[in-house]
Design a binder for this molecule. Sequence first.
Ligand SMILES: Nc1nc2c(ncn2[C@@H]2O[C@H](COP(=O)(O)OP(=O)(O)OP(=O)(O)O)[C@@H](O)[C@H]2O)c(=O)[nH]1
Ligand SMILES: [Mg+2]
Length: 201
Amino acid sequence: MGEIKKAEFVKSSAKHIDCPKDDRPEYAFIGRSNVGKSSLINMLTQRNKLAKISSKPGKTQLINHFIIDDYWFLVDLPGYGWAKVSKKEKAKWKVMIDDYLLRRKQLVNIFVLIDSRHEAQQIDIDFMMSLGMNEVPFAIVFTKIDKLGTTMLQKNMSAYRRELKKYWDELPPIFEVSNTKQIGGPEIIDYIHQINQSLKQ
Ligand SMILES: Nc1nc2c(ncn2[C@@H]2O[C@H](COP(=O)(O)OP(=O)(O)OP(=O)(O)O)[C@@H](O)[C@H]2O)c(=O)[nH]1
Ligand SMILES: [Mg+2]
């Protein structure tokens, strides 16, 4: 099963043009504030202080690059949909994220993180629709599955799939993780390794 041997922080960038000048394959994590993006990076790399996490939303404010096994990048992004920042600040972040998502050529796949406890939220659907329209490949990761019992989790997952099928005939790959209980990481790493292999051919 997939594992990561080496992970190092490279840099934080405020704009996509400041990101590392490098054409290695890159994978970014995005989703609403507090969904567990930075925690997922720490789980995947098995380093609990690599990406900064907080119980308060809005912790990650820049585009953070981590180089993995000297070959590919993991990218931690700020979250969207956090109510407690000014409109101006929100607009600034949106420009930063959209520019990065649409212009970063080496960006191979985006993981859209969704809190498994909640019903489908319009902001997430809209975000995935815009990725679809811009032909940016993505997968979905349901987070915090430790907070739900098996029955509730299955119920929420089926409801979410039903909702997505209103918009898409074919669903993207879907992963389920718990960062606190360390569940679901190897599947995501395997998926990334497979894409990296296919890019080499
Ligand atoms: N129970 C549980 N808590 C989690 C899990 N993943 C993250 N958390 C908690 O959720 C909070 C937010 O985690 P972060 O990883 O900082 O979230 P983020 O999406 O990076 O947030 P921003 O950077 O603010 O956008 C922290 O208190 C984490 O400990 C999980 O799988 N299970
Ligand atoms: Mg974060």
